[in-house]
Design a protein. Structure first.
Length: 234
């Protein structure tokens, strides 16, 4: 097996209970990630890493495989995405399967499309990157960010830019929190997911949304509906 899609979905979400299988516009939100991975035709296998029997059953219903249940060590609040990926790669290695390319798609990423996965795959190969992931631009220049103390007094992180015009400042981005396309052998060797040889793809603000609270969830549904409506109208 050469190409693997990994969807990490533990059962212990706190801020939004049962988040990974909560209904998002009519179907479990994890279903979007599974179906997109399957429809991309990029992967020999689409698997879900979970410690939860109900999530495992939902994943199988939508076409993913669940070859093992995640260890307790990698199911708590302190386990990182890298920890989970390492456990998965080691499992397949014991099974005699070497993964040359993999993509970790988060279960709460309904905006991911087959098109952007293929774009990331091509960028990974054509530029010989270790990892590729999507990013969103900050809506305001980070160079003019401020901090405040317990009394409400503010100081600038970068006081040298107090008089700088926003349009003159370098554009900055943040991780969209959707997926990472990577070369497993390299990231395992370097022990990090973001190496010094990582590429990014800029996406539109309408095509990304952190989903950490119920308000985030509602905003994500609104954005998704807008995208669907726009596609229908064209």
């Amino acid at each position: 097996m050469t190409n693997l899609a990994v969807i990490p979905a533990r059962g212990g979400s706190k801020r939004i209970p049962r988040k990974n299988i909560k209904s998002f516009l009519g179907k479990p939100i994890i279903a979007y990630s599974i179906e997109t991975a399957l429809n991309s035709n990029l992967f020999n296998e689409v698997m879900v890493s979970t410690d939860d029997d109900e999530i495992a059953e939902v994943a199988k219903q939508y076409g993913a495989k669940v070859p093992f249940l995640r260890s307790k060590k990698n199911s708590d609040d302190f386990a990182t995405t890298f920890d989970v990926i390492k456990e998965i790669i080691e499992f397949y290695k014991r099974e005699g399967k070497i993964i040359k390319r993999a993509c970790c798609i988060y279960p709460t990423a309904p905006f991911v499309t087959s098109e952007i996965l293929n774009q990331a795959s091509n960028l990974l190969d054509n530029n010989n990157f270790d990892c590729v992931f999507p990013v969103l631009p900050f809506s305001f220049p980070i160079q003019r960010a401020v901090r405040k103390n317990s009394f409400g007094k503010m100081t600038m992180f970068y006081p040298e830019h107090q008089s700088s015009r926003s349009q003159d400042l370098e554009k900055a981005f943040h991780d969209a929190g959707q997926f990472y396309f990577f070369k497993p052998e390299t990231i395992i060797k370097k022990q990090v997911l973001w190496t010094d040889n990582t590429g990014v793809i800029e996406i539109d603000e309408l095509k990304g949304q952190d989903i950490d609270t119920l308000m985030d969830w509602k905003l994500a549904e609104l954005k998704y509906k807008l995208l669907v409506d726009n596609e229908t109208n064209f």
